[in-house]
Design a protein around this ligand. Structure first.
Ligand code: F7E
Length: 321
């Protein structure tokens, strides 16, 4: 039986990946920062089939211990601070938690078992002012946030170790990916939750930042299937996992309000507090390599994803009322 270890198993991505790996017949273990007996809402339905271990990105020894205890065939490193705006507050901590922890895990994995396959979740934020859109695996990388810089360091480490040791390590360059399990401070969940609350008469308006900003949104379950496929391929490489289509924040708002059955007119207000510096290069991914090398095809459309999120938000809000 193949064993997999997932860092960040209790988050959006980790929980979808855990479900996929269990369905594929893996023995699945995961690292969580919380005490392992704590409530982990995304894992409720599969929790008794998982082995959970404690580990903290800022305490490298805990990661090495967990890796040594599980000795997985496949390691998926998904854990990281993920909200880009807060990365400005403490760049040192972000570098340590993202680049430092990735370096620890890559080093420990190779020393433990050079055959171990490792997937590292990096980000479209590595491209920043790339000057090229859509972006592919060889597009210029000029990150504009401490988060992007830290993810680029992780991406660079993966490439350097793969070239030096010939190990099967992969950087998954993940563009925005969402689901009903996404925390509400990220835009899509904030919008679907707001549209649902307005539809139920619980909220008057939705307060957002720049409506013209562009993102390339996919469903987290599709992106995690791409992560798994990347470790099954005969050759290791880096893969952009994205839909290939850019949409504005305004388009996302329209889709969510339509799914909730309300007119967004007069319901959306822009507050400069949520507006970020404009981006010269729209972050849109070119997933051609993942499609041709891995046979990766997203199964869930943008519209279906937004409808799923709105319907989950309506159900949650009704249950709370
Ligand atoms: C790939 C990348 O994806 C995510 O990072 P993000 O793109 O920063 O995600 P977000 O959902 O916070 O922002 C999306 C866009 O929406 C705009 N926007 C407008 N109004 C609001 C607003 O009110 N809130 C937020 N959060 N964003 C807003 C905002 O300016 C931006 O243009 C993370 O998973 C990250 O870990 C990662 O790697």
């Amino acid at each position: 039986m193949r064993r997999a270890l997932i860092t960040g198993i209790s988050g959006q991505d980790g929980s979808y990946l855990a479900e996929l790996l269990l369905a594929e017949g893996y023995d699945v273990a995961g690292i969580v920062r919380q005490p392992v007996d704590q409530d982990l809402p995304h894992l409720g339905h599969v929790r008794d089939r998982l082995t959970l271990l404690h580990g903290d990105l800022l305490e490298p020894g805990t990661l090495r211990d967990a890796l040594g205890a599980v000795r997985p065939h496949e390691l998926y490193h998904l854990a990281a601070p993920t909200f880009v705006p807060t990365s400005w507050e403490d760049p040192g901590l972000i570098l340590a938690a993202i680049a430092g922890a990735t370096a620890e895990l890559l080093g420990a994995a190779r020393r433990l078992d050079p055959e171990m396959r490792v997937f590292v979740a990096t980000s479209s934020e590595i491209f920043g002012d790339s000057g090229e859109s859509p972006q592919h695996e060889r597009s210029p990388m000029r990150p504009r946030s401490p988060y992007g810089v830290a993810k680029l360091a992780a991406h660079g480490l993966v490439g350097a170790l793969r070239a030096h040791f010939g190990t099967h390590v992969v950087s998954g360059i993940l563009f925005n990916h969402e689901s009903p399990r996404r925390p509400a401070h990220f835009l899509p969940r904030k919008v679907t939750r707001g549209a649902a609350a307005i539809a139920l008469g619980l909220q008057e308006e939705l307060v957002l930042g720049d409506l013209r900003a562009v993102r390339d949104w996919s469903h987290a379950a599709d992106v995690m299937r791409g992560a798994w496929l990347a470790l099954q391929a005969p050759q290791a490489g880096d893969y952009v996992l994205a839909s290939g289509r850019g949409r504005t924040v305004g388009e996302l708002v329209d889709a969510a309000f339509a799914a909730a059955g309300v007119d967004p007119e007069g319901r959306v207000r822009v507050d400069p507090a949520f507006v970020r510096a404009p981006e010269a290069t729209p972050p849109v991914g070119d997933p051609s390599h993942a499609r041709s090398a891995l046979g990766w095809e997203p199964a869930i459309t943008f519209e279906a994803m937004i409808a799923e999120m709105v319907s989950a938000d309506l159900a949650e809000l009704r249950a709370q009322a």
